[in-house]
Design a protein around this ligand. Structure first.
Ligand code: C2E
Ligand code: CA
Ligand code: CA
Length: 864
């Protein structure tokens, strides 16, 4: 039958035998299946023959055969399994061979089939085995027994009745049965694997079973011989004894086996347990080793401490951090001994919280006590630590050196609050201290204090004539000298430039402050030796007292400043107290502030224009716009006064706007008057607060746009002090203004502290020499040297120089000779109201002068 036909039948419903075949032998190949079927059929045929033969026997024989078969089967139910092997002892064979000797091959075959049936039912769940095993036993036993029967028959025929011969023959028969049966059985798996079994594979493992078979057979033979001589009674008596013996043996072995199993399972369990335990131990050991190695070799400092801060263990990194030598014993010391006394309590608090389980861990910055006194800061992280073996839980502290960070922070803090030159507190810091002092007074009126404002009288001169390096050194020396004469809790600060402030706290502060001021004036009058030069100078001091009732540090500083100016105007090198008179001035100032606010809003302010002149040609090149305020009651107020007030009161932005718009509009008007006026320029002053205000560029632009004035015709004047004090903040604004096309000029040049240092990098077009230099201009004077130096410097840097405050012909001449390009001053024209300039310009156009003047023949003064 080919595969296709088989498939067709399958699909249409398989015949019963094929279904049985599939169910019985699902994993059998064709060869193995054929063998199986052959064995099954042959075995069945033999069994059928056997039964037929046995049924023909007489009843007594049938009874004996039945008993023998039953006993053989019973022996199959209780196999004697050999301890520590997979094999069972074939006890039933004794009876099988006894049946063979007594009743011939058929009886033995039935017994063998019965025993095999029981055995295979017990040991296998597969029907293929349950059928094949008795079938094969049937074939093997019938074959062997028939052969043995024939041999015995032949020997009897020859008259040989030798019991020894019978014994040997039976034993050989048993072995043959065993071999045949084993061969038949082992063939199946080999056929399944498509190979023939080797002899070794067949019998190698079972050789000794063959011997037991032989033993069984000899026992059977002996029984048979005894039976032949003594009759069935002996057999009847012997059978139970053998059965008992076998049963005993069975149970003995069973017990043995059970004991063995228990012993083995105990052993296994113990082994497993031991293995587990050792594994666990290993893990613990590993983790502990790992911890200890991490602990020991960590680059971060670590300590194990008890909750009362006793040191249990520290690592090398921590020893290093604390400067503890490797051989110094530290166990049982308190960890807090290594913490700065100021911070020890903090650490103890944290440990207590941890112990009380209020927290899981903590981190705290602590000052540590380095063994060699090195300043050491540490970030300490503490957390629970429960070691495997340790009886009491402890705390693990991780200690990280943060000294560098702390120092950097302190350094930054120092930089932010100290003057880099003298190391004294700076203005910001001083204001904070002053604020605290004022608060203390508020809380406790007995804690009065005095404030001194100290300014040197000739510092600018020192700086300009001897250079900034000397100026710096001078300031450092001054700072030191002042400090020498203060009490430890007095605070001295450098507010900027040559300005110092002193806060003197005392119950009797008024008298102390005055005494101190006298002393300071005295010691500062003593010459300073700096860079081989003797410097003689003096200071002016303004003093005010907390008793005046100040609310803010700024107010108090302002009054001390005012007092200092009074000292200066009183002749310098002296001190002045801020007193009732000055107080009146201050209230006067406060009144002006309110008035100025209204004046700005009501348009009471005006603009005066002072012409700027080309000193070479005598031609007017433009104007400086100056603010004017004619107070309705007090008359004209000096711009020096009201500009300062405007700055303090936050009115300067509005004032500058007013100036910018008025001046730009005015210039445009004049430019349009005549072609020769189209290049006129306008200078407008801006203050420090203007530059600090973010909208300056936009406001300037708006003024230009509103006036339709080109940017290059507008120049902004900024005082040198503004530039120097706020350079960082001002620089982007200045750069933007320049980009807009607006000119920039440094006003009052020469008066600032670090006048020349940053000049080359500043985005400015011109320098206006301060009128103080011009006023003191005499041939050979030091002012002349300064002016000449400024002009040279300006020329070399490509900045044009404007001299202001020219009051005399001589000054004009001298400046001209020095190469100063431009100038302004009362000698040429005072600042004039717009209408006056207007009239003048009109007359110029009419006379055809067009602003031009011949410097040699004509006085270049246009308006007087
Ligand atoms: P400044 O910017 O140095 O202005 C020049 C000052 O010198 C003006 O004083 C001017 O009248 C005066 N002056 C001109 N020629 C001579 C002269 O030959 N001899 C003398 N002794 N003085 C002369 P003014 O108008 O009193 O202004 C004083 C200061 O007020 C100005 O000094 C400037 O810093 C400030 N200021 C004036 N107007 C404004 C303004 O609109 N905005 C700002 N921010 N400040 C202004
Ligand atoms: Ca100016
Ligand atoms: Ca000026």
């Amino acid at each position: 039958m080919n595969a296709t036909a088989e498939a067709v039948i399958d699909a249409e419903g398989r015949p019963w035998w094929l279904r049985a075949h599939r169910a019985l032998l699902p994993d059998y190949n064709r060869k193995a299946a054929s063998y199986w079927w052959a064995m099954a059929l042959l075995g069945t045929a033999i069994l059928a023959h056997t039964l037929r033969t046995l049924l023909a026997l007489p009843g007594s024989s049938q009874l004996q055969v039945g008993a023998g078969v039953a006993i053989a089967m019973l022996a199959g139910v209780f196999p004697v399994r050999i301890p520590r092997s997979k094999n069972s002892f074939a006890a039933g064979e004794v009876f099988i061979f006894l049946l063979l000797l007594m009743h011939g091959p058929e009886a033995a075959t039935l017994a063998a089939v019965g025993e095999a049936l029981i055995g295979s039912w017990r040991t296998s769940r597969r029907w293929s085995s349950r059928i094949a095993s008795p079938a094969m036993a049937s074939v093997a036993m019938f074959g062997t027994a028939s052969l043995l029967d024939a041999v015995i028959g032949a020997t009897r025929a020859h008259g040989l009745h030798n019991p020894g011969l019978l014994l040997v023959a039976t034993m050989l028969g048993a072995v043959l049965y065993f071999l045949l049966n084993t061969a038949l059985i082992t063939t199946v798996p080999h056929l399944k694997r498509n190979q023939w079994p080797t002899l070794r594979e067949m019998f190698g493992n079972f050789g000794w079973i063959g011997i037991t078979y032989a033993g069984s057979a000899s026992v059977a033979c002996l029984l048979f011989l005894t039976f032949q001589q003594s009759g069935i009674g002996v057999l009847m008596a012997g059978a139970p004894i053998i059965a008992m013996l076998l049963t005993t043996l069975h149970y003995f072995f069973r017990q043995q086996e059970a004991d063995e199993a228990v012993r083995k399972s105990r052993l296994d369990a113990a082994e497993r347990e031991a293995e587990l335990a050792s594994h666990h131990m290993r893990e613990l050991e590993v983790s502990e080793r790992r911890f200890h190695s991490a602990f020991t070799h960590a680059s971060i400092g670590m300590a194990l401490v008890s909750f009362d801060a006793r040191v249990l263990q520290v690592n090398a990194a921590l020893r290093m951090l604390l400067g503890i030598d490797a051989d110094q014993a530290i166990a049982q010391l308190l960890f807090t001994d290594f913490v700065d006394p100021h911070d020890a309590a903090t650490l103890n608090d944290h440990l207590m919280q941890l112990n009380a389980q209020q927290v899981q861990s903590f981190t705290v910055d602590l000052r540590m006590r380095h063994c060699r006194g090195v300043e050491t800061w540490a970030a300490v992280h503490g957390s629970f630590f429960a070691e495997v073996e340790a009886a009491a839980p402890s705390v693990i502290l991780q200690v990280q050196d943060i000294t560098a960070r702390r120092q950097a922070q302190a350094g930054l803090h120092h930089i932010a609050f100290h003057d880099s030159l003298t190391g004294l507190p700076n203005r910001r810091r001083f204001q904070a201290d002053l604020g605290h002092a004022l608060e203390r007074v508020k809380a406790d009126p007995r804690r009065q204090f005095g404030l001194m404002f100290l300014d040197f009288d000739r510092f600018k001169l020192i700086n300009d004539s001897l250079g900034h390096a000397v100026g710096d050194e001078f300031l450092v020396a001054v700072a030191r000298r002042i400090q020498l004469h203060l009490r430890p809790h007095d605070i001295v600060a450098r507010l900027g430039g040559d300005e110092f402030a002193i806060l003197a706290e005392d119950l009797d502060s008024e008298r102390y402050a005055v005494t101190l001021a006298d002393r300071l004036l005295d010691v500062l009058r003593q010459p300073f030796q700096i860079a081989g030069t003797e410097i003689n100078t003096s200071a002016s001091i303004g003093i005010t007292f907390s008793g005046m009732g100040y609310a803010t540090p700024a107010e108090m500083l302002r009054d001390a400043d005012i007092a200092m100016y009074k000292a200066k105007s009183g002749g310098k090198a002296r001190y002045a107290l801020f007193d009732a008179v000055l107080h009146t001035e201050v209230s006067h100032r406060l009144r002006l502030e309110g008035d100025l606010r209204r004046a700005l809003a009501d348009g009471q302010l005006a603009v005066a224009y002072q012409p700027l002149m080309d000193l070479g040609t005598g031609r007017v090149t433009g104007f400086e716009a100056l603010a004017r305020w004619n107070h309705p009651e007090l008359g004209p107020i000096s711009p020096m006064t009201f500009i300062a007030i405007a700055e303090d009161a936050g009115l300067i932005v509005a004032l500058t706007d007013f100036m910018l718009r008025s001046a730009c509009r005015q210039l445009k008007e004049w430019q349009l008057r005549d072609d020769s006026f189209s290049e006129l320029n306008m200078h407008v002053n801006v203050s420090g607060n203007d530059v600090a205000h973010p909208g300056l560029v936009a406001r300037v632009n708006a003024a230009l746009v509103a006036a339709r004035l080109q940017p290059q015709h507008l120049t902004l004047e900024l005082t040198e002090n503004i530039l120097m004090e706020r350079l960082e903040a001002a620089l982007p604004t200045l750069t933007e203004l320049r980009r807009l096309g607006v000119g920039l000029s440094v006003d009052d040049f020469g008066t600032g502290y670090s006048s020349l240092r940053h000049l080359s990098t500043l985005p400015v077009d011109s320098l206006k020499i301060d009128r103080a230099f011009v006023a003191d201009l005499q041939r050979g004077s030091s002012e002349a040297a300064v002016v000449r130096a400024i002009i040279l410097l300006g020329n070399s840097l490509g900045k044009s120089i404007i001299a202001e405050g020219i009051e005399t012909e001589a000054q004009l001449e001298q400046l001209r000779r020095m190469g100063c390009a431009m100038g302004q001053g009362f000698h040429m024209s005072r600042p004039l109201a717009a209408e006056l300039i207007d009239t003048m310009l009109t007359s110029l156009v009419a006379s055809g002068h067009h602003l031009a003047g011949n410097p040699r023949t004509e006085r270049p003064v246009l308006f007087h």
